[in-house]
Design a protein around this ligand. Structure first.
Ligand SMILES: C[S@@+](CC[C@H](N)C(=O)[O-])C[C@H]1O[C@@H](n2cnc3c(N)ncnc32)[C@H](O)[C@@H]1O
Length: 439
């Protein structure tokens, strides 16, 4: 294993900062997104050129796929979160009918006042339309306005591409016009957000829609001429099993970032959006429709009686050293859990995480061409103060599924802000890139 510290300018590669300034990338502030510059650097370093194919097994909001498209490179991506998947589809479609979008916008503005009146005077109160969280996050006026935009949108007969575009625009608007602290990643409905005061939902929608359209023109202008000939296979599903969807030895490069082992519940973080669109009404709906489809990375996904939270036979068989480490760390966590108030199932979260990672690495190895590289941007963690060196463990699992070697580049150290907090552990954490080679 080679451990390399990375230079200053690359420290933000694991964050969404750079992407928030880039056309189209910035459409949806996904808290888990990474920098498009990291993808670009990887493509240049590994000499990935036009006509080749890059795979992102944790596609999220599509940073890898978007960058590939703009360079004339084919891509494949897998994402099980239905809301995020739909947004990525919209971001990847540059062949948008500007006229259709603008004519919808005109129609929306014309119908808007009467729609608001109609909803206000109907029997359905806002209480009956939305879960409590939504009611707490908006003033009554804004919520009626958003509701009207949503209804006009849902009643329209637009092409799928335009629908995905407008869906993304309305979704992106939701946190912007909320009167509560709905900044990513946490929602605090009781805190007031001053930056959105006086914002009118329809006006903001109109502005955002126009700026998204000009983003499309901008990205097309700066993209490689061959972008329109590239192919992008975006799969709604789990990368633990892509057999029958992605064929063996078909991928030239992997650039990705799995969920970190830090108890971040991706389904819960998008609760506002899922509730607004009616994709879920309760915690149970979110579990069924989203949470259960994602790989384990949060204690909220753990069911202690479910046998999937036992160390898998594959892990024991192919990488006994890693399995032994996970066993001893999680035994420690099981003991610590007994003393802790929150009784968090970190023990089973860690087991579930590595069981899933094993399958995903096995599949990544299968689909990659010989001589190619796979890069995983990830962070380690220390639940209840027990350090789990995720990068090293993933590196070792990768070698056990066939990769010839791995190296680790440290992007930045994390968690320093909690040094003085006695409630938190003091283990220094890091964000790194694990690099595999298929021999
Ligand atoms: C760190 S984020 C990646 C973000 C992405 N790089 C971007 O720019 O938006 C990890 C993503 O993995 C997704 N994910 C979770 N379980 C998955 C699974 N079993 N298969 C594929 N993706 C999964 C999460 O929903 C999340 O979007």
């Amino acid at each position: 294993m080679e451990l390399v510290e990375i230079t200053n300018d690359k420290k933000n590669w694991g964050t969404f900062k750079d992407s928030l300034k880039a056309p189209v990338h910035r459409w949806f502030t996904y808290p888990a997104g990474f920098s498009y510059k990291a993808v670009q650097h990887s493509i240049e370093t590994y000499k990935i050129t036009k006509g080749m194919t890059v795979y992102d097994p944790f596609m999220g909001s599509g940073t890898t796929n978007l960058l590939c498209k703009s360079k004339g490179i084919h891509s494949v991506g897998v994402e099980p979160h239905p809301l995020v998947y739909r947004i990525t589809n919209a971001k990847m479609n540059w062949d948008i009918d500007f006229e259709e979008i603008r004519s919808f916008n005109m129609d929306l503005n014309l119908k808007f006042d009467s729609k608001v009146q109609k909803i206000r005077s109907s029997k359905n109160t806002l209480n009956s339309l939305f879960p409590d969280l939504i009611l707490k996050c908006y003033s009554e006026k804004t919520l009626y306005d958003l509701c009207s935009i949503k209804e006009v949108f849902q009643e329209s007969s637009l092409s799928k591409k335009s629908k995905d575009f407008i869906f993304t625009c309305i979704t992106a608007l939701l946190r912007d016009v909320s009167s509560a602290a709905t900044g990513w990643p946490y929602i605090a409905p009781s805190k007031v957000k001053t930056s959105s005061m006086g914002k009118d939902a329809l006006e903001e929608y109109n502005k955002l829609s126009e700026s998204m359209l000009s983003d499309i023109s901008e990205i097309k202008k700066s993209a490689d001429d061959s972008y329109s000939e590239t192919q992008h296979k975006l799969i709604l599903g789990s990368s633990t099993d892509v057999s029958g969807i992605i064929i063996d030895n078909s991928i030239d490069h992997i650039f990705t970032s799995p969920p970190y082992l830090n108890n971040f519940d991706y389904s819960d973080r998008t609760r506002l959006e899922l509730y607004f669109w009616g994709m879920a009404k309760t915690w149970g709906d979110i579990t069924r429709n989203v949470r259960n489809k994602l790989m384990t990375s949060a204690t909220t996904q753990v069911l202690r009686l479910d046998p999937k939270f036992k160390i898998s036979d594959d892990l024991y068989h192919y990488c006994p050293e890693v399995a032994a480490f996970i066993k001893s760390s999680t035994d420690q966590l099981t003991e610590l859990r007994k003393e802790k108030k929150g009784k968090k199932s970190y023990d089973f979260m860690v087991i579930g995480y590595f069981n899933d990672v094993f399958k995903i690495l096995q599949e990544s190895y299968r689909v990659l061409k010989s001589g190619s590289s796979a890069l995983f941007v990830l962070g380690d963690s220390a639940p209840y103060g027990v350090h789990i060196p995720t990068d090293e463990l993933i590196g070792k699992i990768g070698v056990s599924v066939g990769f010839s070697e791995y190296s680790i580049k440290v992007l930045r150290t994390r968690g320093g802000k909690w040094k003085t907090n006695p409630q938190r552990h003091s283990v220094p954490l890091r964000e790194s890139i694990v690099i595999f080679k298929k021999g």
